[in-house]
Unconditional design. Structure first.
Length: 120
């Protein structure tokens, strides 16, 4: 009886270890990859394009967001030229804040369209 109990307990631990390890693997990978400013700009641009295509953003809204992303890109080029090809920490923080603002605006507009659209 004790052996059966130990075998079941051991099997249960093995299953938990496999399931737990599999579930935590994506979290470990997410921590390893740091999104660069360029990655964020590309991701936001793709989201703006997808939002316009799906009808969650109007042409005017999408253009406004694209213009904000273009302003960020031009500021990056300007700041890099001033600082020997690299962004200063202050510039990087300002750019990250601006990208956060664009991301928040994009999410708000997409969610507002989803909420206001009639149910199917």
């Amino acid at each position: 009886m004790n052996r059966t109990l130990l075998n079941r307990f051991g099997l249960g631990l093995a299953v938990m270890a496999i399931v737990g390890g599999t579930a935590l693997a994506p979290l470990a990978q997410a921590r390893q990859h740091k999104f660069t400013i360029t990655d964020r700009i590309e991701t936001l641009s793709a989201k703006v394009n997808a939002g316009q295509k799906s009808g969650e953003l109007t042409l005017k809204e999408a253009d406004k967001l694209r213009n904000q992303l273009a302003d960020v890109n031009s500021r990056i080029d300007k700041d890099k030229s001033k600082n020997g090809g690299k962004l200063s920490y202050a510039s990087e923080n300002k750019i990250e804040k601006d990208l956060n603002d664009v991301s928040v605006k994009l999410n708000k507009k997409e969610l507002a369209k989803r909420i206001n659209s009639p149910l199917e």
